[in-house]
Design a protein around this ligand. Sequence first.
Ligand code: K2U
Ligand code: NI
Length: 183
Amino acid sequence: MLMKLFKIYTDKDEVLHKKAEEVSFPIDEETSKTMLDMVEYLRLSQDDEFASKHNIRSGVGLAAPQIGISKRFYAVYLDDKDKHYEYVLVNPKIISTSVKKAYLSTGEGCLSVPSDVPGFVYRYYKVTIKAYDAITNKEVTLRLSGYPAIVFQHEYDHLDGVLYYERIDKNNPFKKDDNAIEI
Ligand code: K2U
Ligand code: NI
């Protein structure tokens, strides 16, 4: 059970707009506890009863800047098709990307953006991410595509102070990109 719920910072707060610092090793105890609490937070946020009882929004990803920590790590807790994705990626690096782009037909949302901004957010369809995973304490190389790839890129953006609506075309939010796959 979570000792405390996190204060989720919003796009009014500077921390969401700056480039986060790399995590130094060894990871101190308090930070590693926070990392595991972030996974627990996501898991509980997807339990409708818990989420409504504690008035928290459901999330599949959570980046350190969103809880006020300007460090390069984020948690992901999501299911896609038959696969479960549960990671805390530390100092992640996107080492390769597809030419192909992808976007969610529903657009995106963000726990740090109170009111949704409509529009297509174009991202890479496939990404390869290298990082240290604080759950298994191992270096991982993740080859992701489709919905999981979008989530991991959304979180990665948070580490660079980039919010999803900055990627929406202001003049034509639902602009079609023929090279992109709708998800
Ligand atoms: O970073 C966040 O604010 C968490 C977002 C992650 C996200 C990734 C890709 C596209 C949209 C949002 C939250 O998970 S938004 C809420 C949510 C919950 C369940 C499924 C999808 C989105
Ligand atoms: Ni977000």
